[in-house]
Ligand binder design. Structure first.
Ligand SMILES: [Zn+2]
Length: 212
């Protein structure tokens, strides 16, 4: 792997795993592979994102009278899926998964801290009240370290991984998704996710067999 590459591990947190508040289908199956990949030290930079919501975050269905998780509302003029309460700051479900050696990661970037804005992508928050998507600073951090190509894994394949990959590409990075090191919230979404990635020109890579 070249020294202009970065690995971005999206939201590998217990709340997104079986038994967690917002479980991805077989979300825990990616944990050993991610730990193994980090230990191979293939990438120049390694980044983890951590979904990190204050209590009463606007994305929680419990904050909207009469609404249930997975229903949609309009928020700041854009569709917003409402979620079960998840990844509340300081709770065990919001921790980085304990079976991965996070000391091998260079940057841990917390997102979703703004009580009024959701944040799927590691690069930009969702649309805020001003209509813009505020930057997290990740693109600048990567660029200043010479990174031009990113490989993305983590959870959820159909939400935060997809948005992170789309933003990475839009912000000028050669972008790949490590498909076998991701899992979806909604398994039925896989065909659409794969089609969206392929149509955008985002590489789909199997980490177990294709990472030299
Ligand atoms: Zn969240």
């Amino acid at each position: 792997m070249q020294n202009h590459t970065a690995l971005i591990l999206v939201d590998v947190q217990p709340d997104f795993m079986p038994g967690g508040a917002l479980a991805c289908h077989q979300g825990d199956a990616i944990v050993p592979g991610i730990d193994h990949l980090l230990r191979r030290r293939l990438f120049k930079q390694n980044v983890a994102t951590q979904d990190w919501h204050p209590r009463g975050h606007i994305s929680f269905a419990s904050m909207h009278a009469g609404m249930a998780p997975f229903q949609q509302i309009s928020l700041h003029g854009y569709p917003q899926t409402l979620w079960p309460n998840h990844c509340v700051q300081g709770t065990p479900g919001a921790a980085l998964h304990p079976d991965i050696d996070w000391s091998l990661v260079d940057l841990i970037l917390r997102k979703g801290n703004d009580p009024d804005v959701d944040s799927y992508s590691g690069f930009r928050e969702n649309h805020g009240p001003e209509g813009a998507r505020p930057s997290t600073g990740l693109a600048g951090w990567l660029r200043e370290r010479g990174v031009s190509e990113v490989y993305i894994a983590g959870l959820a394949r159909d939400v935060c991984v997809l948005w992170t990959a789309q933003d990475a590409l839009a912000l000028g990075f050669r972008t790949h998704v490590l498909w076998d090191l991701t899992r979806p919230v909604t398994p039925d979404s896989d065909a659409n996710t794969r089609a969206a990635l392929e149509a955008a020109g985002i590489g789909i890579v199997e980490a177990a067999s294709q990472l030299a």
